[in-house]
Each structure stands twice: as C-alpha cells, then as structure tokens.
Design a protein around this ligand. Structure first.
Ligand code: NOJ
Ligand code: CA
Length: 710
C-alpha cells in the first residue's frame, strides 16, 4: 500500500480570533468545502462543485438529552471557538479483498477542526472533513474530556441545505423497512404517506415523520448535476434518515430512535459515522465513486484467504412462489400436514430435493447452495412475538444434514446456512457461537441471516443503534468462525464490507423476490438501485429468473423484465455473492441462456461505467479478476432503447469472441418477455456494438479472448 501524507501542519488560534471562513479544496480543486462559525459560534459548512454551490451554508451540532445522572445537559452546537486545525493530504492506493476494481485510489485533503466551547464547561467537539475530487465526507468526534462523558444524543443537527427543488429518487423514512419501490419526484413533493400502491410497498409507514426519506438519497439538479447523500462507517450509532423541509429544499439529519425514543448512547471519546455527499456532472461518476468505501477502515480480518466470492443457487424460489414450503408440516409425512388444503404442497428442504439441487450446481459450475426451511420452528416463525423457537442446530426430520454435507463436499459444492431470526436478534446473539460451530462442523462456508418482523423483545428498530451494533457483531462472529455472511432485512450498508470483507452482501432493499409475492418491481427499479441502495455496498438482489410468467397462482403476477435483462443484472447489480435464483428445471429449459450465468464472473479487476441515467438506463463493462474476460450488462426501464457500445476498453490488438444475449425482435417485458437471441461475433478494441433493448429489456455480453492460432 502506497501512502503519501504531505503538508501535515497545525494552526494554533487564540481565543479572540475573528470569524473566519476556512476553505478546503479537493486534491484537483474540483470540490471545495468551506467551514465557519457564525456569530453564535455555531459550526456551518458549505460545498461547491467547481464554483457552483451544491450545499448552501448548513448548520452542524447536536441536541443532547439529560440522563439519570447528568441533569440539565445542554446541546453541543454553539458558543464555539476554533482552538486548532490539523490538515493533511492523503494519496494512496489500496486493494480490496474483492470488489468492482482491483485498485482503489483514496485521495483527499483532510481538515480536523478542533472546537471548544467558550462557556465554563469548555466542552470539546471536533469536526473532520475529507474532501475528495468526487465529493466530501465529514464526521464529528467527541474527544475525551471532563465535562462530557456519558451522553444521549437527542438529535443530530446536521443540515444539507440544497440550492433548488431537485429531482429526487426516494423511499420513505421507515425505521424498520427499506424494501420499498422508489418514487421519483421533486423534493417538494416528498410525502411518505401518499405512497402510491399499498401492495407494491411493504406497509404504510408507521413512523411520525411523513417527510423523512432514507439514504442513499439520489438527486439531480435542473442543470444536470448529480448529488448523492449517504453515510459511511455506521458503527455504534443510529442510522441517519433525512427530514425534507419541502419549502426550503433543506434536509436535516433524522436519527432512528430506540424503543424509548432516544437516538444514540455515546461515551467520549466517540466518533459518528461520516456524512457523505458524492457530486458529479455525470451519472456514471456517482456509480464509479469509491468515496463510501474509502471512508471505511481497512480490513480488521488479517487472513482473508478463506473469503471467496461465488455464485449460488437455492432451495428458495420454490418457496417464494408457493411450489413448496419452509414448514416441516408441508411434508405429507408430518402429523401436522394439511393434505386436504394443499394436496401438492411439500417441504422443500428434504434430502432428495437438496441433492437434486447439488447435482445441478455441480454439473454447471455453480459453487454454492442455500437451503431454507431446513431447521425446526418455521410453523410459527412469522410475526414472532415471543422469540426463541429457532435454535439453528436442529434439522427437520426429512433433512439429513450429515448426508447432505457429505454429498455436497463430494460434489464440490459449498453449503450456505440459513439463520432466519424472525427479528429475535437478542436471542440470536446468545445462540451465535453454537450456530457457527454447527456450520463449521458440517462444512457450511457461508450464512444467510434474516430479520423479518419486529425486533424483540423490546421493539428496537432495525435501523437503530442497538441493531447497528448487532449486525456488526454478527459479521465479527462469522469472521471468528471463518464464515462469509449475507444479511437479509438489515440496515442498508455503509461500506463496512471494507472493514469486514467476510460481510459479502446484504439485501437491505427491494429484491427480485418482490416479484414473487407482490405487484413486484417496476421495470425502472433496477436502473435506480445502483444509484441508491448499492452506493453503500453489494446487494443480494437474486437475479436470474428465467420463467418470467406462470410461476404464481395469482393472476398477473410476473417478473417485470425480459429474460435477457435478468442476465444483464449479473453485471449491473454488483455483488460478490450472486444468486442464480430460479429453479433448475427453468434453467434446463434454456441452457443456451444459462451459459451466461455459468460464465459471468463475481469478482473484478476493472469496471467501466459506460453510460447511465437513474430511472432510465445503465450500461457497465467489467473485467474478471485475474483474467482477460470482459462482461457487459446493459439495461433499460419500460422504454425500448438503442445504444452503441464502443469496445475501446479491450486490449489493443487482441481478438475476442463476443457472445451477445439480446432481447428478441418482438420482446417486451409485459407481453413477450421470454424472446431472446444469442449471437456470436469476433470483436476487438476498434469494434462498436449496436444494442437494441426491448421495453423492460436488457442485453448481456461475454467477451472472451480468442487463443492465438485459432
Ligand atoms: C425474507 C428474505 O428476504 C427471503 O430471502 C427469505 O426467504 C425469507 N425472508 C425467509 O427467511
Ligand atoms: Ca427481504
């Protein structure tokens, strides 16, 4: 790792210094942040892209709440003096354990501004700015000090004052749920209680602030500037949502409370997560930004050789679509089976069925297999109010864990454990060691955890401080047992996979599964997700559904894409843990198209964001890790699209065999989603490909070097 820190110096200031604006320029002067204390001594910052104002002067600070032992505590927000400033310039390259690129450049100018109150308390607060060429991050630090020890954050007073009524891609500020469809509107039209279709959104939000939205929040100005607000390194602190002042286009931090309504419990010394603002005049600049990862700590796991990205299949979609069930009582042999109600229904996680999936994975080069419903407790898991009925070590009678593990090992397949906690995170913490030991014993290399429902016992929120610490604890525990982890229903990620690279993926957003049990995801959904949910980290979106219609008994239910677009998602929806979500039989019916899923990589040396517009289209090319193979994914929303792809990123002088998986001539997501054509042609770095995408369609391309002499 190359690290250069130059110009580290210290300013010292006396108590009678005049109000002064400090300017922090990004390394190549593209982004500028300013900082000042106003006449009340309250910190303010502003942000510029070149000379254009992006964030107008915005206040910073905290409202504190008195505790049992500290009465009459005052907010820590004004009456400050700047006591000193440290500054440095960092320019380094680091290599992620896995990722979209092999090398990540981390180049920023940092100012740590040390503030002290002019009051008798003389409490101290530091604000740390990192200004990159693609945006800024800032965080607060509470140094160790005599008059601020244990304290409760009542509110974070950070504002983001925008310059106009920007176009905004948002989901409502729900404290527990992030699996919403995105609404695109002006900021002034944000209204969580007027969400369009109930069945298309998981629930009507039940939080008090209908004008709060979740981050990553994606915006576009009328002048074509793209702005993304999120947070990085969310540790020991609640998640930040944003309250929208619809008249003044001002956003203010709104922290997710605990069950008592308190936001965060801190003890100095303490730091907050980074508040991040990514800015670019190109939509692709937002997708290419590594700012969130750069603001996270390097890996805390010393030996990472056991962490390996992979593709997997699952005894899963068959339950999502009602073909089989999670419950052992779905097995006709079970005494509780309701044969008269469900004559053809069965328990998916039975040994014979699992072996059938292992066989399919093994003969198609898919490394992993997830099995849900393998353990006891599923009969009463949903809307769990008491907890404690899953133990994660007791298989159902028809799931022979020993036989299955041996069979998987023999066939070279890695089993993925499923630990659905149904919100009983407190009990899960006590069960973890036992659960991970069980995984080690039976050779499971990964776990998918789940947090469906209310957090018990006392109604913490999925995005509150207690659960934030729980998710990190789960990732740390998994690492201790050399297990990779994929979390469903956690808080949306904030780049912590850099610090815990065994935390390969999360759901934390509206996945493909919503097409199984609701009105589904509209064709534009996957063109918005990379700008919003994926800004914090990879998503277990579960692409690859080939049987687009007819998998459900509910009339009209279908996947809202063409088959070719499902292939393109392997490139556009980045994840090092990528599911081939459909049933083996549906793949067997289209083995020519399945070839793309077999070939596509899950770990990358390089990524080119060729074109993008949130809500409309995305085209990405990626080079496989340690190989010369390239893969392209191009997707569109409900509109058909033609696009020219210049292959100038290929190695000069080399010939490649391009296999193009395209929408058929008359394909369209609604009426004719399954029509696709596969074409092969020789290309090189001078080639230009014309792609035609159907409404709701996509195109996937593999580019494999042709061996010389062939
Ligand atoms: C919701 C998850 O997203 C899904 O993948 C899983 O099958 C169910 N919970 C059951 O755990
Ligand atoms: Ca889910």
């Amino acid at each position: 790792m190359k690290k250069i820190i130059i110009a580290a110096f210290l300013f010292a200031f006396t108590n009678n210094i005049k109000a002064q604006t400090y300017t922090i320029q990004s390394p190549h002067n593209i982004i500028k942040a300013t900082f000042l204390l106003n006449k009340n001594g309250q910190p303010h910052y502003a942000v510029y892209f070149n000379t254009k104002e992006v964030i107008k002067s915005s206040s910073m600070g905290f409202a504190l709440k008195e505790t049992y032992s500290v009465k009459g505590i005052q907010s820590i927000k004004d009456n400050f003096l700047v006591s000193s400033i440290d500054s440095s310039l960092v320019n380094e390259i680091w290599q992620p354990v896995w990722g979209e690129v092999k090398n990540i450049k981390n180049n920023y100018r940092q100012y740590s501004i040390h503030l002290i109150e002019k009051t008798d308390l003389q409490r101290k607060l530091d604000i740390i700015f990192r200004v990159f060429d693609d945006g800024i991050g800032f965080r607060y630090a509470f140094p160790k000090q005599p008059n601020l020890k244990y304290f409760i954050i009542a509110d974070e007073l950070t504002q983001f004052n925008l310059t106009a009524d920007h176009k905004t891609f948002w989901i409502p500020g729900d404290y527990d749920e992030n699996e919403y469809a995105y609404t695109t509107s002006k900021l002034s039209q944000v209204d969580g209680w007027k969400l369009p279709i109930l069945s298309n959104n998981p629930k009507q939000i039940n939080e008090p602030d209908e004008y709060a939205v979740q981050t990553p929040l994606m915006m576009k100005t009328d002048e074509g500037l793209y702005i993304n607000i999120h947070e990085a390194a969310l540790v020991n602190y609640p998640s930040m949502q944003l309250h929208v002042d619809r008249n003044n286009f001002s956003l203010s931090g709104s922290l997710v409370p605990d069950a008592l309504g308190n936001k965060g419990y801190l003890r100095a010394p303490a730091i907050t997560p980074w508040r991040t603002i990514i800015i670019s005049d190109k939509a692709t600049g937002i997708l290419a930004s590594k700012l969130v990862l750069n603001l996270n700590e390097p890996s805390k796991i010393a030996n990472t050789s056991w962490i390996k990205p992979m593709k997997f299949i699952g005894v899963w979609w068959e339950m999502q679509t009602g073909k089989s069930g999670w419950n052992y009582s779905d097995n006709p042999d079970s005494v509780n089976n309701k044969k008269e109600l469900f004559p053809n229904h069965h328990h998916g996680a039975n040994t014979a069925n699992v072996k059938h999936y292992i066989d399919f994975a093994a003969s198609n080069g898919i490394k992993g297999l997830l099995v849900e419903g393998w353990n006891t407790g599923w009969e009463e898991w949903f809307n769990n109010w008491y907890g404690g009925h899953f133990d994660f070590v007791t298989p159902n009678p028809d799931f022979d864990v020993k036989e299955i593990s041996e069979y998987a090992k023999h066939k070279g397949i890695q089993m993925i454990m499923h630990n659905e906690t149904s919100g009983d995170a407190a009990t899960y913490e006590r069960q973890m060691d036992t659960a991970f030991r069980f995984m080690n014993k039976f050779g499971y290399t990964s776990v998918k955890t789940g947090y469906v429902g209310n957090i018990i016992p006392r109604g913490e929120h999925h995005d509150g401080q207690w659960m934030i610490n729980h998710y990190i604890h789960a990732a740390q525990k998994a690492a201790q047992y050399k297990v990779m982890i994929d979390m469903h229903e956690p808080v949306r990620p904030t780049g912590l996979s850099r610090t815990y690279p065994n935390w390969l993926a999360c759901e934390a957003g509206r996945g493909n599964e919503w097409n199984a049990f609701s009105d589904g995801n509209q064709p534009e959904h996957e063109t918005i997700m990379p700008f919003t949910r994926l800004i914090g980290g990879p998503m277990d979106y579960t692409p690859g559904i080939f049987k687009i219609k007819g998998y459900s008994n509910v009339a009209g239910r279908q996947v809202h894409t063409t088959l070719a677009k499902q292939l393109a998602l392997y490139v556009t929806m980045y994840s090092p843990l990528q599911m081939a979500a459909d049933l083996p039989e549906n793949y067997k019916a289209h083995m020519d198209a399945f070839q793309f899923i077999k070939d596509v990589a899950v770990d990358w040396d390089d990524t080119k964001f060729l074109e993008a517009e949130p809500g409309d289209y995305i085209t990405i090319a990626r080079k496989a890790k340690n190989k010369n193979d390239w893969f392209i994914g191009s997707i569109t929303d409900e509109n058909a699209r033609e696009t020219k792809i210049n292959l100038d990123f290929l190695d000069k002088g080399k010939k490649y065999m391009a296999t193009i998986y395209a929408d058929g001539k008359d394909a369209d997501w609604k009426n004719n989603p399954m029509e696709y054509v596969i074409k092969k042609q020789t290309v090189d770095s001078k080639s230009v490909l014309l792609l035609k995408l159907a409404p709701g369609g996509g195109c996937a391309i593999s580019l494999i070097p042709i061996a010389i002499g062939k």
